[in-house]
Every structure is written in C-alpha cells, then in structure tokens.
Write a protein that binds this ligand. Structure first.
Ligand code: ZN
Length: 231
C-alpha cells in the first residue's frame, strides 16, 4: 500500500483562483481538505461552484462553514452597496476596492488553522494573488508570513510540538493568464467555477464587475475560451 498522502487544507471559494490552487495542491501530492465559507456573500452561487469543484477534483472532505459577516458589513459583497462595473484595469489597481471584505483572509485563515489543528495537518493553501490586482492588503506576502508566525504561536501544535505551519500561496506571483494556463494544464474544468461578484438572479456572471473583467482578460491573454455563459 502506498504511504498516505500528507493532508492540506485548501480555502476554496469556488472561483477561478482557489479552484486552480486546489488542483495545484493535489499536484504537489497532498490529500486535499477543502474549506468554504457561507459568509452572507451576495454571490452565493459560488458555494455551489465550490461543491462542484471539490467533488470533481476528489477532495478528501469539503466543509462549508457558516460565518455570517453581513452584520459587520463594510463591503459591497456583504452589504447593500453597489458592485463597481466596467472599470478599467488602472482604476482597479488603485486603492483598496469596495469589494474588499474587512479582514476576510485573516478570519478565513484563522478558521482554516483551527481545522488544521484538529486534522493534525500543518499545510494550508490559499489562492491569493498579488500581481493582477494588488489592492487587497490581506493578499500580500508580508501578511502571509506574519500569519505563519501567528499560527505557530497560537496553536497547541505549534507551542507543544513545534509544528511549523506553512501557508502555501502558489498563485501569488502568477498573472491571471498564467493561473488559467496552469489550471488548464492540470485538466481543471473552469466551467465548474464561478467568479462574478454580482451574478444575475439565475446565477449568470455579469461580465462587468472587476472579477468578471479580470477573468475574461485572463482567458483572452491565455488564448483560451472561458466556458462560462455570461449575462
Ligand atoms: Zn461579474
């Protein structure tokens, strides 16, 4: 019998980046434990996408945690604020966008860390990316390194067993086109994923929000066709 694969938790939103990140974790030889959050996001359809992706790729387990961030608000994704449409890439690159969810990656990584401790695993994957879109402070390498230090200090595994938690960010230096090319090479069906921040009631991507525009630009630059239907 081959030795059991090491476990890794992968934060899986059901979007293009996190789905590619999951495929890359498997490529690196990990048994993947997918973690998604029902946080009151206006694009709830991404949870269905996360289930499709976790199932199609054969995750060892898929957990969807409910953490309602709507009472905190402060983001166009969780409060009644307009999602920006039709922005130019230069405008997207400026400042922290309204679609930033306050401290989201800190919250999500903390919950992933809690699950990692119970699973006795020290590897967590997150599909953050600092190239195409650097407006999110919690996508920076400095943040990830600081979280690794925190993880060691904050847990029994770290304190008693000296476990060094590793936060893997395989996408951090890739462009959207490179991410798509990588996923395609690994056989990921992007038709399973969902990226739109503001889908139509039946769940179609709008084609106009920052996330849709970056996705479409990425496919164009990768020379591939996005299999998703758009409104
Ligand atoms: Zn959209």
């Amino acid at each position: 019998m081959p030795p059991a694969k090491p476990k890794a938790i992968v934060l899986l939103s059901g979007g293009l980046d996190s789905s590619t990140c999951l495929a890359m974790a498997q490529e690196q030889g990990f048994a993947v434990y997918a973690l998604s959050f029902d946080y009151g996001q206006r694009h709830q359809v991404e949870l269905a996408a996360s289930q499709r992706v976790a199932r199609a790729l054969g995750a060892a387990q898929h957990l969807i945690l409910r953490v309602d961030l709507r009472p905190i608000g402060g983001s166009a994704l969780t409060a009644d604020l307009e999602v920006p449409k039709g922005r130019e890439p230069q405008a997207m690159a400026q400042g922290v966008p309204i679609t930033y969810v306050p401290a989201r990656n800190t919250l999500f990584l903390s919950l992933a860390l809690a699950w990692a401790e119970t699973l006795q695993c020290s590897d967590i994957f997150i599909g953050v990316n600092a190239v195409d879109y650097s407006g999110y402070p919690d996508c920076r390498p400095e943040f990830i390194q600081a979280f690794e230090r925190l993880a060691r200090l904050a847990t029994r595994l770290g304190a008693e067993e000296g476990t060094d938690f590793k936060i893997h960010t395989p996408l951090i230096k890739l462009s959207k086109a490179q991410i798509i090319a990588k996923g395609a090479e690994l056989g990921l069906d992007y038709g399973l994923t969902h990226s739109c921040y503001d889908p139509t009631p039946p769940g179609l991507a709008c084609g106009q929000c920052d996330s849709c525009l970056l996705r479409l630009k990425g496919f164009a630059e990768a020379g591939l066709k996005d299999p998703l239907p758009y409104a």
